[in-house]
Design a protein around this ligand. Structure first.
Ligand code: MTE
Ligand code: MO
Length: 199
């Protein structure tokens, strides 16, 4: 598939294999936050995974930083129509954080310091598809972009990538998050333009 499309440039000089329908490529890094930027000290920061049984695993900042680190280079797509290609992050794969968690849940709800939430199927967090990142472009993640740490799930619209993430709950039933309750699509696949409920 890439063999056919490589080098082809569509409207606006964009590569349609990289930039989903209805999106444009930007080289900026816009800030989109529904509220004020919470200031979270790494001395107080924890990240937790709560299974549907109530069993919870908690990592302090030091414990989180001591886990195996990866450096994903990914394309990100905001529902407000900007896409940013080849973004460089460093952090911990959700595969590592979910490794010892016993669950039969199918859904996940990510929660942030400041109260933001977003939902997604648990299977979209595994198999090298999602990370908790603390570094962008070789620098500590700026507070306005979600520092000290945020979730990134690049294959879904970027509202699923919770900034200032504090934990993930595993659930038997899907529970819509902040934007999903406000009418955004429950799943949010940018390649199928799942922007709003009903798309
Ligand atoms: N906690 C939290 N996470 C959030 C948001 C938010 O308002 N609060 N906005 C979402 C939206 S709509 C987008 S597009 C991206 C924006 O990330 P950025 O500000 O780093 O570009 O963060 C997502 N994660
Ligand atoms: Mo967004």
């Amino acid at each position: 598939m890439n063999v056919v499309t490589r080098g082809f440039r569509g409207r606006g000089g964009q590569d349609p294999a990289r930039v989903p329908p209805g999106q444009y490529e930007t080289h900026d890094f816009p800030v989109l936050s529904a509220g004020p930027t919470p200031r979270v000290d790494t001395g107080e920061w924890t990240f937790s995974v709560e299974a549907e049984t109530g069993r919870t695993r908690v990592w302090t900042w030091e414990e989180f930083r001591a886990l195996p680190q990866e450096r994903p280079r990914v394309d990100i797509h905001c529902v407000t129509r900007w896409s940013k290609l080849d973004t460089d992050w460093e952090g911990v794969s959700l595969d590592v954080l979910l490794e010892d968690v016993e669950t039969t849940a199918e859904y996940a709800l990510a929660s942030s310091y400041g109260g933001y939430t977003t939902n997604l199927p648990l299977q979209d967090l595994t198999d090298g598809q999602a990370w908790i990142v603390h570094t962008f472009d070789g620098e500590p993640l700026a507070p306005e972009h979600g520092g000290p740490a945020r979730l990134i799930v690049p294959h879904l619209y970027f509202w699923k990538s919770a900034k200032w993430v504090r934990g993930i709950s595993l659930l038997h039933q899907d529970e819509p998050g902040f934007w999903e309750q406000a009418g955004y699509h429950d799943y949010g696949d940018p390649w199928r333009e799942q922007r709003y409920r009903g798309d």
